[in-house]
Design a protein. Structure first.
Length: 159
């Protein structure tokens, strides 16, 4: 194998690896005690993600059975969008709430943990299915978190 062929082979393998195992951006708020939190806004953001998932399910259903190229392309795009928004919810719960806001010292820790875990499971099911019952269950599970995070002005960070 000459140098050019070997270099091209290494490049192709690296490119394939990047496609198969892309780097993931972690979108959680910092895991430092910076003091900047707006828990209610994060819950509202998850509810917006549910609206997008709902729209995606409706569009996937509307496009079902259509075999033209544009419809297939749009179906794939809606599936990817649904996956992205469900994963965003999972990441928000695990990377933000479970690591920083749900604490063993809380008197209702077990209940909080169970409710946050329910959101993760519901988001996973919404990813796996195209049935509105899973979207509705996800929305209800997120809404059950609202009493823990009532609307308020975010705490300010002081340097």
């Amino acid at each position: 194998m000459n140098k050019m062929t070997k270099a091209m082979s290494v490049f192709v393998m690296a490119l394939m690896g990047a496609c198969l195992f892309p780097a993931q951006k972690i979108g959680a708020h910092c895991q430092l005690p910076c003091g900047i939190y707006d828990d209610h806004a994060r819950v509202q953001s998850m509810l917006e993600d549910v609206e997008t998932i709902e729209r995606a399910v409706n569009m996937i259903t509307a496009l079902a059975g259509k075999s033209d190229s544009q419809s297939r392309n749009q179906t794939i795009r809606w599936v990817m969008n649904k996956e992205t928004h469900a994963q965003r919810i999972i990441d928000t719960i695990s990377d933000y709430f479970l690591t920083q806001r749900v604490k063993p010292a809380q008197k209702d820790y077990a209940e909080r943990l169970a409710r946050h875990h329910a959101v993760i499971v519901a988001a996973m099911k919404a990813k796996q299915n195209v049935d509105m019952k899973y979207v509705n269950a996800l929305k209800k599970d997120i809404e059950r978190l609202l009493p823990y995070y009532p609307g308020q002005a975010p705490k300010k960070h002081e340097h």
